[in-house]
Ligand binder design. Structure first.
Ligand code: PMP
Length: 427
């Protein structure tokens, strides 16, 4: 059966699920599966080229450094960035915390610890009482709590864009972005509703008042072509393990001049230029933000994943997943007593589909599906405010990857249809 990412590339897809059923993996929004191209790249890095990057004069260190830096180039190319605009992190969570923490360091007066960059006004990064950080009610906690904390540390105020009935960002609330706004942090695609955000409208509103636009691209990068230069965002976060790469690796994108103007937030090896007992000068980005030993093999794996996805073509993946999304979301929406949390149709959304089932707890829904070999996610998906918006505390979520088939989606829908009768819930 055709899938843009051939199923034979993914060894795990050959195993069975609970009860000996074929595994139907519909949890790629939480973590995606890895193809041989990634597994082999990681194994080769460990087996043949393991050495401390940037620190040795010996052959292994040199080979590891070359592989590590060329992975950065591959990832940069994949998201429309330059290599020196990509900072390795452990994932989106660290990327978003990094940028929020660095802004608090500037606000505390530590912006002077790096040389000024012509054309960059450090006031853009400085927050205090009267300033505002804007986020949205659709955010994953990783793109909400760091901003709450930044506001608590600096005295700034947190405000947010609200959502419409479908869970989309409601552009009629865009007027919370005003001349007091310093940061607008928002998700490209919600990990609950699957809705694709109106990026250009929000970025334009942010830039019109001189605010920084920070994009959580964790749920978009694996599913559609993403070009950070074209989107004109100032910073963006994404995770390796959602784009067929290993866990423990991700990236922060930042516009070159902005990264160069910002001070570090963690200190130690590999991020310095000169150190005396009295003082330290810091390396240029991205090294400035990569203190200590990075997850080298995982970064190499993420480079391999970027190459693998690019070879298939993100347009191809997006078109394929759009068709599956249509079957998935319409199939779920048609089941009596089942409610899609998000757009209940395929337009302008991805194949991440959360839903509630009248009379059945999400954990029971998940367990029933699991008993038939179907892997979905249950809970609040680290996004409690958007669940509250939909009037529930938790949900079940099916999410697609480029290796899912139409048959799998249909089997999932048929099995979901059995859930309410199985638990004896009458209409
Ligand atoms: N943002 C969104 C929209 C997410 O879906 C996730 C992961 N569920 C994160 C941020 C956090 O990513 P990670 O756990 O890889 O740091």
């Amino acid at each position: 059966m055709f899938t843009p990412a051939p199923r034979a590339d993914f060894p795990i897809l050959g195993r069975t699920g609970r009860g000996g059923y074929p595994l139907v993996y519909l949890d790629s929004g939480a973590t995606s599966q890895q193809p041989f191209a990634v597994i082999d790249a990681v194994r080769e890095a460990v087996e043949d080229h393991n050495g401390a990057v940037k620190r040795g004069s010996h052959l292994l260190a040199e080979e590891a450094t070359i592989a590590f830096e060329s992975a950065r180039e591959d990832v940069a190319r994949f998201v429309g960035a330059a290599a020196d605009e990509i900072v390795w992190t452990s994932g989106s969570t660290q990327s978003l915390n990094l940028i929020a923490y660095v802004l608090s360091n500037v606000s505390l007066g530590r912006g002077e610890s790096v040389p000024p960059v012509p054309g960059v006004d450090m006031d853009r990064f400085r927050l205090g009482p009267g300033d505002v950080v804007v986020t949205t009610r659709a955010e994953h906690h990783a793109n909400l709590i760091p901003w709450q904390e930044l506001c608590l540390r600096t005295g700034a105020t947190l405000r947010w864009l609200d959502l419409d009935r479908e869970g989309r960002i409601d552009l009629s609330t865009l007027d919370v972005i005003d001349e007091h706004t310093k940061v607008v942090a928002f998700t490209h695609v919600s990990n609950v509703s699957g809705a694709i955000s109106p990026v250009s409208e929000i970025v334009s509103a942010a830039h019109a008042v001189g605010a920084l636009a920070v994009l959580d691209a964790c749920q978009s990068v694996p599913h559609m072509p993403v070009d950070f230069h074209a989107l004109d965002v100032d910073f963006a976060a994404f995770s390796g393990h959602k784009m067929l790469a290993p866990t423990g690796i991700g990236a922060l994108y930042g516009k070159r001049d902005l990264l160069r103007a910002l001070p570090p937030y963690q200190f130690g090896g590999s991020m310095i230029e000169l150190v005396t007992m009295e003082k330290t000068t810091y390396a240029d980005p991205p090294a400035r933000f990569e203190a200590g030993t990075m997850p080298v093999a995982q970064a190499i794996g993420m480079g391999a994943a970027a190459r693998y996805l690019q070879a298939i073509g993100m347009d191809t993946i997006a078109a394929y997943e759009a068709n599956l999304t249509k079957i998935l979301v319409n199939g779920v929406a048609e089941i009596p007593g089942v409610h899609v949390l998000g757009p209940a149709h395929e337009a302008n959304r991805t194949g991440t589909v959360a839903f509630s089932v009248d009379g059945v707890h999400p954990h029971d829904v998940g367990q029933y599906l699991d008993s038939k070999g179907i892997a979905v996610r249950v809970g609040h998906h680290c996004a409690q405010p958007i669940h509250r918006h939909f009037g529930v505390f938790a949900s079940t979520r099916a999410s697609l990857g480029p290796y899912n088939t139409e048959d799998e989606v249909r089997f999932f829908i048929d099995t979901l249809r059995e859930v309410r009768p199985y638990f004896g819930v009458e209409d």
